[in-house]
Design a binder for this molecule. Structure first.
Ligand SMILES: Nc1nc2c(c(=O)[nH]1)N[C@H]1C(S)=C(S)[C@@H](COP(=O)(O)O)O[C@H]1N2
Ligand SMILES: [Mo]
Length: 439
């Protein structure tokens, strides 16, 4: 942990006094062991002491809640082509997430897109010789396209599409789930340019018995075994044939970064990002649910019916995750803000809801007892995230949390506590919160 870099990252709005220098790291002096789950035996006094402030809405604070000020962490690192504020969670395979304050842009810049690799990515890629194969038992015939052909023979589209790893938020589950311990940062919503998967499938011709489309990429298995692939997932026909499912070669008008799938990838907005195959070399049209790597066992599945935390669930009682649940992020200010009493705080962020739209956004400054509506914008296009903002007025000095909650077009709201426990720790869409100290 590099405290110097962390200090610089903390917003200093309304800071007019050098004496406050000490205060600027008020939310960072915490034992990492206490970040997960709930604080045990910690009374209000201990909590206030750790925060260095009284908690005006303490009587409304859920028992055992770890204050957001103590729950967040940022670790600096460097990776070529990526913003230095991104956080490496694993390096083999590489998992890199984006802290919420770096996701403030309406359209996610390429250098802020998270990275999730399941295997070893290709090191050098030659777009001139790259080909995309279309095969599988439910195509009329096997066909090959060069990148050039794809660009010339099909109409091109640009859409803002949100991709989120199904394991985003996993670190909060209790009992803990194995796998990359994503906090909030496995989410991005850039603009993708490419062609429609449906146009390609129509040109090739698909048989009546087609039910699923699977992908294969150029990356190799961690074991080095050439007969194994790291991941080969897929989507049912209705998602494959939807107009916004793209075979993309550009992000925000430029080549896709190598770690995000250069020179070609699938983009299935609103679905687990694991279905958005990177370094795309082959598409298979299947007459059954695709049985590639990470389609079977417990991967990317949740119990079909909710279970108690820690329950052993039979494989046949697990269902494949499709559209992702409603969720939102506070991207400004960064957690740990100091603000002077009397100043109004403008909070903002994004919200998304898988295949659905977000219909409302609300915020709370009293641990979820009362909520005020935020202003929610329309998405740029379907499957893009939506921007929101809200104004907060704090009644007295002390420690506060701003909680944000989105509602989808079916009426589902984000839960305030960790939702349905599941063996692999998917689909945590609990409310995002930030810490604010009013001085
Ligand atoms: N070929 C290939 N495609 C892949 C993966 C991979 O490891 N190999 N990871 C998947 C997973 S689990 C996720 S969450 C997204 C991540 O996309 P990103 O790295 O561009 O953010 O890519 C998906 N596509
Ligand atoms: Mo993922």
């Amino acid at each position: 942990m590099n405290n110097k870099i962390e200090e610089k990252g903390i917003h200093q709005l309304y800071r007019d006094d050098a004496e406050l220098a000490d205060e600027l790291i008020w939310d960072r002096k915490v034992d990492p062991a206490s970040r997960r789950g709930f604080l045990r035996n910690s009374g209000l006094l201990a909590m206030s002491a750790a925060l260095g402030a009284s908690i005006p809405f303490a009587d409304k604070m859920p028992g055992g809640l770890i204050p957001a000020a103590l729950a967040n962490t940022d670790q600096p690192f460097k990776i070529a082509g990526k913003d230095q504020g991104l956080v490496v969670l694993n390096d083999r395979p590489l998992s890199v997430e984006t802290p919420p304050h770096l996701l403030d842009d309406l359209i996610t810049p390429a250098d802020k897109i998270f990275i999730r690799n399941n295997g070893v990515p290709p090191v050098s890629v030659d777009p001139a010789t790259w080909v995309l194969n279309i095969g599988g038992e439910s195509v009329e015939s096997n066909v090959q396209f060069s990148l050039d052909q794809l660009k010339k023979e099909f109409k091109q589209y640009t859409y803002q599409l949100t991709i989120e790893c199904a394991g985003n938020g996993r670190h909060e589950f209790n009992p803990p789930a194995k796998g990359t311990q994503w906090t909030t940062g496995a989410i991005a919503s850039p603009e993708w340019t490419g062609i429609r998967l449906r146009d390609v499938l129509k040109k090739v011709g698909i048989k009546d018995d087609a039910v699923y489309v699977g992908f294969y990429g150029r990356d190799t298995h961690l074991s080095g075994n050439p007969d194994r692939v790291p991941i080969s997932r897929g989507i049912p026909m209705h998602k494959a044939l939807e107009k916004k499912t793209l075979i993309a070669w550009a992000v925000n008008g430029e080549d896709i970064p190598l770690m995000n799938g250069y020179p070609l990838r699938l983009v299935c907005g609103g679905w687990p990002a694991s279905t958005s195959g990177k370094w795309l070399e082959k598409i298979v049209v299947r007459n059954k649910i695709h049985d590639g790597e990470k389609m079977q066992g417990y991967s990317y599945k949740v119990p079909c019916n909710p279970v108690a935390p820690g329950t052993k669930v039979l494989e046949k009682e697990m269902c494949i995750i499709e559209s992702m649940p409603v969720k939102s992020l506070i991207t400004f200010p960064q957690s740990g803000l100091l603000i002077k009493l009397g100043h109004q705080l403008l909070v903002r962020g994004h919200a998304w809801a898988g295949d659905l739209k977000v219909s409302a956004m609300e915020v709370s400054i009293d641990f979820g007892v009362t909520w005020q509506p935020g202003i929610l914008q329309q998405p740029k296009n379907r499957l893009a995230w939506q921007h929101w903002s809200a104004k907060c007025d704090f009644p007295e000095k002390g420690y506060y949390e701003v909680w944000a909650r989105a509602k989808d077009s079916s009426g589902n709201k984000q839960p305030m506590v960790i939702p349905g426990w599941n063996p692999k720790g998917y689909l945590n869409n609990a409310c995002h919160r930030i810490a604010v100290k009013v001085i």
